[in-house]
Design a protein around this ligand. Structure first.
Ligand code: ADP
Ligand code: MG
Length: 589
């Protein structure tokens, strides 16, 4: 294999030549402490940066084996190393070394959430990091000396300070991995405790601003404190710092299965709590404030999303007898209303395995949520297609085992159906379940139950593989994530603004590619959407995310993917405007 000196010589030789000459450095080079792979060389200085990998033997990096032992610790330590490499790269304009992307070095490290991602890979034998690097140019001429400095001087420094145990902050590294392991241990125990979520005492839920996902700091931030009646205590695998010294016990509020209502005056922290629960399906970095907000992994945020497309979803539980006799057992719309979109969102989430729904009155359709006595008197049921969520929320749990956590400050009719009512008062939760029960008993709502029929099993939905076309122009596969909530899939635009639990643009990239992988490999032989998603999850568990890149070859790397949940992949499929579904047999009545 060519050495670092060989690389230096090539760069000397091509200095001043046209940019295409950089193709000569494609391949691998043996450095003293690692191997450098140049997988992809960008076409010009303004194109997407080049792709490189650094693979360092464990005999050089010397990570303590128990630091990355087991899948949870390995994910955490990979995430941590990507952050260290990002720190070692540094930032800012000092890295500009010419035209276009010259001099840029990037690694796709995470933000507040800790996700399985492709930026760093740790095995017992080696560590690999995947970098994007702008090969330097003056205009379109190779800057060989600058490239030497980047590849032969900066990269070894980055690799050493980002990957070698001797250089890493040991305390922080240990704390990070232990903290993630603690969170996953809590998540793993929720089910046996009958909980859908846990919010630790002392957690800091508010964010610095609407535009920042960092914690709100300072004296105005009120730490979370569980009401006594809802407090649970859990033991953790690793000790944590507590006011009374280190220990393995953690206490906090347990949100039980069933129907939970979050009430309270406006601006008292209801939505902030719900948002923390939404994000609580993922682990968080130590210091985020929400590291002890741990939700079951299959909670799905539901909102109204008018304008979305709906393809053959059985929404008859909530909507029936539409004007003009339109069926809602296989409801289709190119432009769903607030209520029909919210109904579709619920049934689609349950279809792929949601065991809990998170709803906020702020983002729900009012007529989907409530229909009070006076409206029942004025608009006869015969002319109202909607069975409000109020009349199904109990049944969802009793029949299908699907819990709900609902923020509802505006309608007390829900007291009748709630197992637990939590009031937020000045950002502090209070258990008001008994009070709400008393009020429900003494203030009748006067409304009639109008539900016509019990919940019925929905038909299987079978996606038709031919309805997915990732081609654009001359390209057979062209899939881009333009933003965290926008995927270009072939000629189609997938709008994910209503899908609120995507937290990282690298997840969105993965979702786009996952749709393609799923339809190539798994959407055949009459597989249902639920089965397709389950197979995809299995595939990720066994093969990781690398093969998501449609151009994946053994020597290539997709260094900027993060793992999405199956729910978000299904959500993107359901929003694809070309999607065609065939309903399975249970549709017939
Ligand atoms: P609600 O949904 O009850 O109307 P929000 O959750 O939107 O209220 O919160 C209102 C404001 O209070 C937001 O700006 C939020 O950041 C802030 N806030 C929420 N929780 C806390 C807290 N624990 N400490 C300090 N500020 C908070
Ligand atoms: Mg609110």
């Amino acid at each position: 294999m060519p050495s670092a000196d060989d690389l230096r010589r090539i760069l000397d030789r091509i200095d001043g030549r046209g940019y295409k000459a950089y193709h000569e450095i494609k391949g691998s080079f043996e450095f003293p402490r690692f191997t450098l792979f140049v997988d992809h060389v960008q076409g010009d200085p303004f194109a997407n940066p080049s792709k490189l990998r650094i693979r360092m033997p464990m005999s050089e990096a010397r990570l303590p084996p128990d630091w990355f032992d087991g899948p949870v610790r390995r994910m955490a330590c990979e995430d941590f190393l990507a952050r260290c490499v990002s720190t070692a790269i540094g930032g800012g304009e000092s890295h500009r070394r010419g035209s276009g992307k010259s001099g840029v070095v990037q690694i796709d490290a995470g933000a507040q959430e800790v996700l399985e991602r492709t930026a760093a890979v740790v095995t017992p034998d080696w560590i690999e990091i995947r970098l994007q690097l702008g090969l330097p140019a003056a205009g379109r001429r190779v800057l060989g000396r600058q490239a030497q400095a980047m590849l032969c001087r900066d990269l070894p420094r980055i690799a050493e300070s980002g990957l070698c145990w001797a250089e890493l902050p040991h305390r922080e590294a240990t704390r990070f991995v232990e903290c993630i392991e603690n969170q996953q241990a809590i998540r793993g125990r929720l089910d046996e405790l009958g909980l859908v979520a846990f919010v630790g005492d002392g957690a800091l839920l508010p964010r610095a601003s609407g535009a920042s996902d960092r914690p709100l700091r300072g004296s105005q931030a009120v730490p979370f404190a569980s009401p006594e009646s809802l407090r649970v205590s859990l033991s953790l695998p690793n000790p944590i710092e507590r006011p009374d010294g280190p220990g393995r016990e953690i206490t906090g509020m347990g949100i039980r299965r069933g129907v939970t209502l979050i009430v309270g005056g406006g601006y008292h922290g209801k939505s902030t709590l719900l948002r923390a629960l939404e994000r609580g399906v993922y682990p968080h970095v130590p210091g985020d404030g929400r590291e002890w907000v741990v939700s079951a992994p299959d909670l799905v945020k539901i909102r109204a999303e008018d304008g979305r497309r709906v393809e053959r979803v059985d929404i008859s539980a909530f909507i029936s007898d539409l004007p003009q006799g339109r069926s809602t057992r296989a409801f289709c719309s190119e432009d769903a209303s607030g209520s029909t979109s919210q109904a579709a969102n619920i049934l689609e989430a349950i279809e792929v395995g949601a065991t809990g729904l998170l709803l906020d009155e702020d983002t729900s359709a009012t007529n989907f949520m409530v229909r009070d006595a006076r409206m029942q008197a004025l608009v006869h049921k015969e002319f109202e297609p909607i069975t409000p969520f109020l009349e199904r929320v109990r049944e969802l749990y009793d029949t299908w085992g699907v819990s709900t956590v609902l923020v509802m400050g505006g309608c007390g009719d829900y007291f009748d159906v709630a197992d637990c009512v939590i009031a937020m008062r000045e950002f502090r939760p209070v258990d008001v379940t008994d009070e709400a029960r008393r009020i429900a008993a003494s203030h009748a709502t006067g409304r009639r139950i109008e539900t016509r029929s019990p919940l019925k099993k929905c038909a299987d939905r079978i996606p038709l593989a031919e309805s997915f076309d990732p081609s654009r122009g001359r390209r057979d596969v062209k899939i881009d994530a333009k933003a965290i909530d926008l995927i270009l899939f072939g000629d189609e635009v997938i709008d994910l603004r209503g899908v609120e639990q995507l937290v990282d643009p690298s997840q969105t990239r993965a979702v786009g590619n996952a749709i393609h992988l799923a339809t190539r490999r798994f959407a055949k032989g009459g597989a249902t959407l639920r089965q397709v998603i389950a197979q995809l999850e299995d595939f990720f568990d066994n093969h990781g995310l690398d093969e998501l890149d449609p151009f994946h070859r053994a020597e290539q790397h997709p260094g900027n993917l993060a793992r999405p949940r199956g729910f978000e992949i299904a959500a993107a499929i359901n929003r694809l405007r070309t999607l065609r579904i065939r309903q399975g047999p249970t549709a017939s009545e």
